[in-house]
Structure formats: structure tokens, C-alpha cells
Design a protein around this ligand. Structure first.
Ligand SMILES: Cc1cc2nc3c(=O)[nH]c(=O)nc-3n(C[C@H](O)[C@H](O)[C@H](O)COP(=O)(O)O)c2cc1C
Length: 136
């Protein structure tokens, strides 16, 4: 199985998750400014909620994807209050005909004094386990 990891971050939380995930599966964690240049079975896409939705840059990135290059998208991320961005990412992915992996990784993310230190070591371990699980 071939994997790629891309992430979008405003305050560094998703980058931390992306690095833990990428290390677990032996690839590099890259920002969404880096296009996916080789076909992959699973693109792990890290993103988050900002003002109740996903960032427009994440939407554009998903829309730029070539469905012949990406088998599935696996969603991961954190948020302060909301649950996961899965449905929003799925809706964008559907527009370009890319299916989603059903499982995802989500945890709390520090924001304005809330959830201090999250994602923490335990979250990073759980994110790594999630990624390893996709290799099976
Ligand atoms: C500008 C901004 C807006 C946010 N809006 C929301 C929100 O609407 N709902 C929520 O649950 N979290 C919200 N958050 C919290 C982030 O989702 C959370 O801190 C996440 O871990 C940020 O990931 P990042 O550090 O990779 O950007 C917001 C954070 C920022 C910086």
C-alpha cells in the first residue's frame, strides 16, 4: 500500500498529528501546498475546524486532486469544540469522485486556553496507531 500525508494547520496542532502519523507509516508529512505527485492508495489528510468549517485552502486542495491518483482519503485532525470534519471533507471529496476511508482520527486541539497541550503524547500515539491500522 502506498500512502501520502498532507496537512493544513493554523496553529501547529495538525502538523504535530501529521508528523506522528507520517513517522508511523514511513512517509513525509507535507503541507497541502505540496501536490501529490505519485499515485497513492490512501491520502491521509489533516485538517481542522475554523469558524465552524474547514479552511477554503483545504477545499481547494481537495478539488485539485486527481481521482486517478488517489485511491481513498483518510481524514485526521483536531478541534476545540466540534467533533470531526469528516462530513465536510467527504462532501468535497465526493465532488472529485474520491471515496473516504470510513475510519478517521480525531482528538481535542488546544485553542485559546482550552485543552492545553492537546494534541498530547497520548493523542500522538493514538494517531500513529490509527495510521498503522490503515496498513493492514
Ligand atoms: C481561527 C480559528 C477558528 C477556530 N474555530 C473553531 C470552531 O469553529 N470550532 C472548533 O471546534 N474549533 C475551532 N478552532 C480550534 C481549532 O480547530 C483547534 O485549535 C485545532 O486544533 C487547530 O488546529 P491547527 O493548530 O492545526 O490549526 C479554531 C481555531 C482557530 C485558530
Amino acid at each position: 500500500m502506498k500512502f501520502a500525508v498532507r496537512y493544513y494547520t493554523k496553529t501547529g496542532n495538525t502538523k504535530k498529528l501529521a508528523e506522528a502519523i507520517a513517522a508511523a507509516i514511513g512517509v513525509e508529512a507535507l503541507p497541502i501546498s505540496e501536490p501529490v505527485r505519485e499515485p497513492v492508495d490512501i491520502l491521509l489528510l489533516g485538517n481542522s475546524y475554523y469558524a465552524f468549517t474547514i479552511d477554503p485552502e483545504v477545499r481547494s486542495f481537495i478539488r485539485s486532486l486527481d481521482k486517478t491518483m488517489i485511491g481513498k482519503i483518510a481524514n485526521f485532525g483536531s478541534a476545540a469544540m466540534l467533533n470531526s470534519t469528516y462530513k465536510k471533507v467527504k462532501a468535497e471529496a465526493a465532488k472529485v469522485g474520491i471515496p473516504m476511508v470510513e475510519q478517521e482520527f480525531h482528538c481535542k486541539g488546544e485553542f485559546k486556553g482550552m485543552h492545553k497541550g492537546r494534541p498530547n503524547e497520548e493523542d500522538l500515539k493514538a494517531a500513529a496507531e490509527f495510521a498503522k491500522g490503515l496498513m493492514k
